[in-house]
Design a protein around this ligand. Structure first.
Ligand code: MAN
Length: 348
C-alpha cells in the first residue's frame, strides 16, 4: 500500500528550473538528489543530466574526453548497428553510451519545498577516465562534521562507486573508486557499530546471482571488506529484477530502517523498506511485501523514463521522513513518510 504523502507542490524541480552548466547544452533530466541539512537549510545535491541539442537524423552523445572537456559523439539514426530503444542508453557496435552526461549541483531551501541555487558553490563534475560518462545518484552521509558522498562513476569501461568528502561544500577531497564494477547504490551508515563503519552497496553478478543489496565493513570508510549479501530480488514481486539501497539507514528502536528501490521486468521502480538488526545489520528482520510507495501520480507515470520512483536522500524530523525523489527520471519531488507507519506495514 502506498503510504507516502506527496507534496502538493510536486514536482518541486524540473529541468527548466536551472541553467545548463555550459552554453550549448540543454538539461534533459533533473533527478535523484542526495539530501542533507547544513547551516539551517535543506540541501539537495541533484543529478543534472545534460546533452547538446539533438539533430533530426542523429543522436548527439556528450562525454568527457581525456582533457576533461566535453566532446560530442554522433550516431546516425538509420545506422543498422545502432540500438536506441532505451532513452537512457544506446548500444552501438556492442558498446553502450549514455544519452546524457550527468554532473551534481547544489540547491538549497529554507522551507524544504522551494529550492534555489545559492551563490558561491561550484557544480561537481566527473573527473578522469572512470567518470568520462559522468557522475550520478549521490548519497550524502554525515558523520561528525564531515559529509561523505558516495555516487555512481560511469565510463566506457565501468560503472562503480566513487567516494568524496567535504566539510564546507567548497573544497572536496576525491577518494576514487571504493566499490569496483559493476556496483552502484552505495549508502554509508552514519554511525559505527562495534567500532566499525558499514555500507550498503549493490554489486551486479550477471551469470550467477543478480542485482542484490550487499553490506560491507570498514575501519576508515575507504577500504571495504567482509562483504555479505543482505537481500535478493524476489521473483513474481514488485522487486523481482533489481534492488538497491536509498540513503543512509535510519536508526529506530526496532532496527535500522532502510528505504530501498526495487524494479520489476517492466522497469517499474517502487520503494520498499528493509529492517536490519541494530547490532548485526547484515541480518534482515523484516521486509516490505508490497511497496510503501509506487508510481501513481502523473509525473511519476510519464516523463523521460516513466513509472520510476527513485530516492537516495531524506531529512528526518521525529517520526517524519521527508524523502526527495526522482520521478520518471526527469523531475524532483518530495513526500513524507511516517516511521511508525512503515514499521507497522512490516507487520512487526
Ligand atoms: C542505467 C540507468 C541510467 C544510468 C546508467 C548508468 O542505464 O540507471 O539512468 O545513467 O544506468 O548508471
Amino acid at each position: 500500500m502506498d503510504i507516502a504523502k506527496r507534496f502538493s507542490e510536486n514536482p518541486l524541480l524540473k529541468p527548466k528550473d536551472i541553467k545548463p552548466s555550459l552554453p550549448g547544452m540543454e538539461i534533459l533530466c533533473l533527478l535523484n538528489p542526495g539530501v542533507f541539512t547544513y547551516e539551517g537549510k535543506t540541501w539537495l545535491l541533484c543529478r543534472v543530466a545534460e546533452r547538446p541539442p539533438q539533430k533530426e537524423n542523429s543522436i548527439q552523445v556528450p562525454i568527457f574526453n581525456e582533457q576533461g572537456k566535453i566532446e560530442i559523439l554522433e550516431f546516425l539514426n538509420d545506422d543498422p548497428e545502432l540500438d536506441a530503444t532505451d532513452p537512457r542508453v544506446i548500444l552501438y557496435k556492442g558498446i553502450n553510451y549514455l544519452t546524457s552526461l550527468s554532473h551534481l549541483r547544489l540547491l538549497c531551501s529554507e522551507d524544504g519545498k522551494h529550492f534555489y541555487e545559492p551563490d558561491g558553490y561550484q557544480p561537481i563534475n566527473g573527473k578522469g577516465a572512470l567518470e568520462s560518462f559522468g557522475i550520478e545518484d549521490c548519497r550524502v552521509a554525515k558523520i561528525d562534521d564531515t559529509f561523505h558522498l558516495t555516487y555512481t562513476q560511469v565510463s566506457n569501461i565501468a560503472v562503480g562507486v566513487g567516494y568524496m568528502k567535504t566539510t564546507d561544500w567548497k573544497t572536496l577531497e576525491r577518494k576514487g573508486m571504493i566499490f569496483p564494477p559493476h556496483n552502484k547504490d552505495c549508502a554509508f551508515f552514519e554511525e559505527q557499530i562495534d567500532n566499525k563503519y558499514y555500507a550498503l552497496h549493490r554489486p551486479s553478478s550477471p551469470e550467477l546471482g543478480g542485482n542484490y543489496i550487499w553490506i560491507a565493513e570498514s575501519e576508515d570508510l575507504e577500504h571495504w571488506g567482509n562483504h555479505r549479501c543482505v537481500a535478493t530480488t524476489r521473483p513474481g514481486k514488485w522487486d523481482s529484477v533489481r534492488i538497491g539501497a536509498g540513503a543512509a539507514p535510519i536508526k529506530t528502536e526496532k532496527g535500522w530502517l532502510e528505504i530501498y528501490h526495487g524494479a520489476n521486468e517492466e522497469n517499474r521502480y517502487c520503494l520498499g523498506a528493509l529492517l536490519l538488526d541494530l547490532n548485526d545489520p547484515s541480518k534482515v528482520l523484516a521486509r516490505s511485501e508490497e511497496p510503501i510507495m509506487e508510481p501513481l501520480a502523473d509525473y511519476e507515470k510519464t516523463g523521460f523514463f516513466g513509472n520510476v520512483i527513485f530516492t537516495n536522500g531524506h531529512v528526518l524530523n521525529g517520526d517524519t521522513i521527508t524523502i526527495y525523489y526522482g520521478a520518471s527520471d526527469e523531475v524532483i519531488c518530495g513526500a513524507e513518510l511516517s516511521i511508525a507507519e512503515i514499521l507497522q506495514s512490516l507487520k512487526l
